[in-house]
Design a protein around this ligand. Structure first.
Ligand code: PAF
Length: 280
């Protein structure tokens, strides 16, 4: 696996592969890799001639009060994992290379970013869509892979790609979970033992929602109330939001719509904010 630090160098490599008629699969990450990331890498490897992964903890998607400085990092372990998966190129730029002095151009998707994560983190998605646009221009992928755990991110990026005519196919892949159901996330590292045990409440509440829908309940308010009750049985977790929205426009729904419903929640477990969701 070759490690590339400079955007222009990565772009030259991508151009070469395109000239040679090879397909490029790209997995953007912020590192501290877990099995969720590796499932994206495996899929990229399976369906493309060459696989690029980026590791870049993107400052523009963190608000000043968020965890940029303490966001977990372990580049040596990440490199080892990616080598083992047979990744061809790791793009590992510096902040200065991605955002040189004078940087002043941003990409933002409007309505879809006003709700859910966007309501709690108003500057977050502008940072995500800006860095993903840059990464697409640098790595020129035919296909790019994202996890469904960041459901709104995936929906926002699909909209950006459609609206700005990016020539890339966005592939969304299922959430990968720990054995007790907790969705894998780099932020799980922040949880102490008791918090880790209680963090399973997000999954339990989603399971309850699934059970109710399977039995025929379609009233969104009733489902949200039952999910709330599950979480409130635990000691530490504090709900930020539980929401039921359309997948197409992220509009709040009163009734479950088959193939067009996203049930999502954000919960503080101690100081750590965790998210999870279910696609109906
Ligand atoms: O999902 C992430 O890890 C990040 O938001 C992404 C897509 C790599 C952009 O920084």
């Amino acid at each position: 696996m070759r490690i590339v630090y400079e955007p222009y160098e990565m772009q030259e490599i991508a151009n070469k592969y395109r000239e040679w008629g090879k397909t490029i699969g790209f997995v953007p990450t912020m590192g501290y890799l877990h099995k969720g990331h590796l499932s994206l890498v495996k899929e990229a490897k399976k369906n493309n001639d060459v696989t690029f992964v980026s590791i870049f903890v993107n400052p523009t998607q963190f608000a000043p009060n968020e965890d940029l400085d303490k966001y977990p990092r372990d580049i040596e372990r990440d490199e080892e994992l990616l080598k083992r998966e047979g990744v061809d190129f790791l793009f590992y730029p510096t902040v200065e290379n991605m955002y040189p002095d004078g940087f002043q151009t941003y990409v933002s998707v409007e309505n879809l970013t006003q709700v859910l994560e966007g309501a709690s983190r108003p500057t977050h998605f502008r940072g995500v869509t800006t860095v993903v646009s840059k990464l697409f221009n640098i790595t020129k992928p035919h296909r790019a892979y994202f996890g469904k755990k960041d459901a709104q991110q995936l929906i926002v990026i699909k909209k950006m790609v459609e609206n700005l005519n990016f020539d890339v196919e966005i592939v969304g892949l299922p959430i990968v979970r720990e054995s007790d159901g907790l969705a894998m996330s780099s932020r799980n590292k922040y949880l102490n033992k008791k918090e880790r045990e209680e963090a399973v409440c997000l999954y339990k509440s989603l399971q309850k929602a699934k059970e109710m829908i399977d039995k025929g309940t379609d009233d969104a308010e009733t489902i949200k109330q039952e999910m709330r009750k599950i979480i409130e049985k635990y000691e530490i977790p504090k709900i930020d939001y539980i929401s039921i929205n359309s997948l197409s426009e992220l509009k709040e729904l009163k009734k479950i719509e088959k193939d067009n419903t996203l049930i999502s929640l954000a919960v503080f477990v101690g100081k750590t904010r965790l998210i999870d969701n279910l696609w109906i």
